[in-house]
Ligand binder design. Sequence first.
Ligand SMILES: Nc1ncnc2c1ncn2[C@@H]1O[C@H](COP(=O)(O)OP(=O)(O)OP(=O)(O)O)[C@@H](O)[C@H]1O
Ligand SMILES: [Mg+2]
Length: 410
Amino acid sequence: MGFIDASRAERPIARGRVSRDAARRRRTRVGELEAQLEQLRRVLRLAVVFGGDKTSPGAVINQFPNARSWKSYEQVAEDLAAALRRLGFEVVDLVPDDMRLGERLRAADVNLAWLNTGGVQGLGSMCHAPAMLEMMGIPYIGHGPLAVGGLDFKHLFKRDLLLLGLPTAPFFVWHPAFGSLQPRLDPRFREVFGDFRGPFVVKPVSGRASQNVMVVDDAADLEDVASGIFETTENHVLIETFLSGREYCVAVCGPTVARDGRLERLPQPFVFSAIERVLDADERIFTSMDQRPITTDRVRLLHPTGDRASFEQLSALATRVYRELGIETLVRLDIRADSAGRLHVLEANPKPDLKSPEGDKTSLVCAGLAAEGMSYDDLVLGLLADRLDILFSQRRGTVHHLTRLLEQRH
Ligand SMILES: Nc1ncnc2c1ncn2[C@@H]1O[C@H](COP(=O)(O)OP(=O)(O)OP(=O)(O)O)[C@@H](O)[C@H]1O
Ligand SMILES: [Mg+2]
């Protein structure tokens, strides 16, 4: 195998003029990666992991509450598996994430897993599957356990944004163990919000699909609302200023991408699907996709020239977040403007919805693929190839079994 990860090593240089040498090294590496994928297609045993149901017999020892609203994501796992099969991978299983995950992966002799799970139950559930796979020794497509926690716990992510000087709404984290929530008396609350009187947004630190996200107009109601969210999640609660402007999303992933089934290596992370989420006039919070599926009329693709200012700001934010937080695979940034039109990052979704577009139903990440000349299958191939590239170049110790597969004569 032995190859040098030329493009990843050259990242800082790629900010400036890309030398001809760098471009040639990228082409060479892409050719090598394509040849490896070609061989792996026939022999790799893949599993797409979705969220296991804690109520199914044998799934867990004791049932715990779900700090993060639970969903199986099985349908999207099916879409991903179908794409992998169309791409020529002959063995692709669907496996639920629960305490039998290891037995199931061993029984199916899985070599590589695709994580499409938010976990089964408990605290930090997004971290459980990658942590188990690290422990069991199975490489995966997805963020590492600590990285995913730092993204899925919105307050941790927002602290990173503050440290990096990136814009995010002022925020306050509350837990009943800190004592009662007294906006008027708490000096820390006043330090964060100053004279701001509302409206506020109150939400779980780890959540999905606008579940339990509330607008609170009067600070006097914050304690009741935050206590209600704590009752549901048994986890910290985030309070931030309500941003009343337009809402945007942008996706960003690693530099190895596929177009028309062919791999390409970009000199920087791939930023795509910059969209505006279209809100109804009276819709203060984007309605949960559990209640109203995301349809094409709810998504306006930004135009690089027609929407130049917002397009460029979103691209710059996405690139900085990806690089400076050392993110290694796809995230979707949710961003909203304040009343003056200034953009603020709401969150980075470490497992954005990857539903395959069908009719007028789409996903926020896939809405801009056609404009990039890419299909859903190209997205899936690119994410797989980018991950393999990282594993083979930076985590060689985790892929000895894949190297052996490549060395076998077929
Ligand atoms: N500070 C804020 N100001 C204005 N609106 C907000 C704010 N925070 C959240 N929202 C609204 O609530 C929605 C859900 O919030 P957020 O993205 O933080 O949580 P989520 O439930 O994890 O979202 P999803 O999983 O749908 O991306 C946002 O899409 C936005 O419409
Ligand atoms: Mg969101």
